[in-house]
Write a protein that binds this ligand. Structure first.
Ligand SMILES: [Zn+2]
Length: 294
């Protein structure tokens, strides 16, 4: 005689047979099958049916796995998109605005030990100090000062630079302008067409190189699209320079000139890394959704 419990077990049997019932249900069903011959017969007939017709119906387990995969993809995609936006925002907020030289920008005082103290205006949130020996054997120090929006938010305190006593000449440099003499020995040529600090351009070279590689692999990919393995590899290679270009645009916009190329390059690589992941996932998703339904 079939009781209420059997009814419940019969409802669970399809899930049990597919192996996708919850743990509690699985225990319940298998315990019941040990004691109930009717339900056991029902279960065995189900197994025979599915063994006879392996292609029949849509395997529930497979659908559930695919759904889960799609959900995971979507979550990763969203997380990576947020990360790319955050990096871009950080790149924008940490971009340096360089101060041109004015008399109020910095104050110079010589200390007893011969070193020089430079106190910058309050608006300055950061500075760089680069020393080198010129062709006449004199030590030169180039100063640059800037502010970033991020530093302003962080309320960075007044900036001071201490320049060692063995430096012969201190310069203040602004990108695109003639270097300003600050203290120390004045070279003979000073005042008659000085040295201009130029931005470094190598990011442009990298971007251009990426475009060339993207175009070449893109063409190869189109030519070899019929060969599955080659196409799959080329697709992955193609996305590398593309990700770099997108990273460059996120960090630098359409400009390639940089006064802090190391920072910019690092941010571009970071963004490119995230974008590359995004591209691969997006293509994976497109391919899955493009597949015809069973
Ligand atoms: Zn039963």
């Amino acid at each position: 005689m079939m009781n209420l419990s059997c009814d419940v077990i019969r409802d669970l049997l399809p899930l049990y047979a597919e192996g996708i019932a919850s743990e509690a249900s699985t225990v319940l069903v298998s315990e019941h099958l040990k004691t109930c011959a009717d339900c056991r017969k029902q279960y065995e007939s189900m197994n025979v049916e599915s063994a006879k017709l392996p292609e029949s119906g849509i395997p529930l387990k497979k659908i559930r796995n695919e759904l889960r995969k799609k959900k995971t993809y979507a979550v990763i995609l969203a997380a990576a998109a947020v990360l790319a936006i955050l990096i871009t925002a950080f790149a924008y907020l940490s971009t340096s605005d360089y101060f041109p030289y004015t008399e109020n920008l910095l104050q110079v005082s010589e200390l007893a030990d011969g070193s020089v103290l430079i106190a910058f205006d309050d608006a300055v949130t950061g500075y760089s100090m680069e020393s080198y020996v010129d062709e006449d054997g004199f030590t030169q120090t180039d100063l640059m000062a800037w502010q970033t929006t991020l530093d302003q938010w962080r309320n960075k305190g007044p900036q001071t630079a201490r320049i060692p006593a063995d430096v012969d000449t201190i310069w203040y440099c602004t990108p695109g302008q003639e270097n300003q003499w600050i203290a120390g020995r004045q070279p003979d040529w000073y005042g008659s067409g000085g040295v201009i600090t130029l931005p470094r351009l190598f990011l442009n070279t990298y971007a251009l190189l990426s475009i060339i590689i993207a175009v070449l692999t893109g063409i190869l990919w189109i030519l070899l699209r019929k060969r599955e393995t080659a196409a799959r590899v080329l697709e992955k290679v193609f996305f590398l320079p593309v990700a770099y270009i997108i990273g460059h645009i996120c960090v630098k916009g359409f400009s390639g000139t940089s006064y802090s190329p190391a920072r910019d390059f690092f941010l571009i690589l970071l963004t490119a890394f995230v974008v590359y992941g995004l591209l691969l996932i997006a293509v994976g998703l497109l391919k899955q959704w493009g597949k015809p339904e069973h």
